[in-house]
Write a protein that binds this ligand. Structure first.
Ligand code: NAI
Length: 256
């Protein structure tokens, strides 16, 4: 089977993606802050919020993998710095370190969010923050770009989407035939949704859910993540796939 590295396997979307990958016959290497009960396959405990944490993780990962699913993320309710560190700079550092270990034709899938769709409106800031190489001093980047605490989450996903488009064409990945894509969920019933409710307010979250009839589940997202890892998606590169029950379309359609 294929070897799939998945971050954020202790909860929600990452846990379901790991479970489904195992059912489909993949060898799963799960990464998270703590080992989840019932995790099938190899588990590697790690904290991707710092350069040291990512370096330590990379040192304990195998030399060959077929796919990397960047699912781990923070809601923003612990501040902009840790959120940008985990949701963008940490996962990018992990992806860049693993690029030489991904097999030819392998894939990276980034779980972004519909919250990142402001990347176009905020293009200058987002592009400038993506251009900071390596794993920077995140507090410094935040100060330089005047990112407010409550902007940490949406900005992290804006950077992730922009970087997905860029990475798909970047020599580091392209020379290895590695595809890089994103999945952008709408509201999904996982522990993080409670935190979004406290940041965004129940009214906003409930009205988004009402637009499409229900919240998503981890089971709605996981198959799409794994499809983008698969050879069936071999001609999909640098794409963002919204998995939101039609939420974004319904918002866009209002301007017609
Ligand atoms: P969750 O909170 O259930 O799971 C996130 C996992 O990431 C947790 O197991 C957590 O321990 C892990 N994690 C956090 N910081 C870490 C670190 N420093 N190192 C290693 N692992 C770390 O949330 P959920 O819903 O499964 O979220 C997965 C991804 O989906 C996130 O990137 C989130 O932003 C994204 N997303 C979720 C939506 C939702 O409504 N649930 C909507 C849009 C995007």
């Amino acid at each position: 089977g294929k070897t799939i590295l998945i971050t954020g396997v202790a909860s929600g979307i990452g846990a379901r993606t790991a479970e489904l990958a195992g059912q489909l016959g993949a060898d799963v290497i799960g990464v998270d802050l703590r080992e989840p009960a019932g995790h099938q396959g190899v588990f590697v405990q790690a904290d991707i919020s710092s350069k040291a944490g990512v370096d330590d993780l990379v040192a304990r990962l195998p030399q060959r993998i077929d796919a990397l699913c960047n699912v781990a993320g923070l809601s923003g309710n612990t501040g902009a710095a840790p959120t940008l560190a985990v949701n963008f700079y940490g996962l990018r550092a992990l992806s860049e370190a693993m690029a030489p270990r991904l097999r030819e034709g392998g894939a990276i899938v980034n779980v972004a969010s519909i919250a990142g769709y402001g990347w176009r409106a905020n293009l200058n800031r987002a592009a400038s923050m993506v251009s900071v190489d390596g794993f920077p001093d995140v507090a410094k980047v935040i100060a330089e770009h005047a990112v407010k605490n409550e902007e940490g989450y949406p900005v992290s996903k804006e950077l992730l989407l922009l970087w997905t488009f860029r990475a798909a064409h970047q020599e580091l990945f392209r020379s290895h035939g590695i595809r890089v894509n994103a999945v952008s969920p709408g509201p999904v019933e996982t522990p993080i949704l409670k935190q979004f409710r406290s940041v965004l307010g129940d009214a906003k979250v409930d009205s988004d859910i009402a637009r499409v009839g229900r919240a998503g589940t981890s089971g709605d997202i996981a198959p799409v993540v794994l499809f983008l890892c698969s050879d069936g998606a071999r001609w999909i590169n640098g794409a963002n796939v919204p998995v939101d029950g039609g939420l974004e379309a319904s918002i866009n359609a209002e301007v017609l």
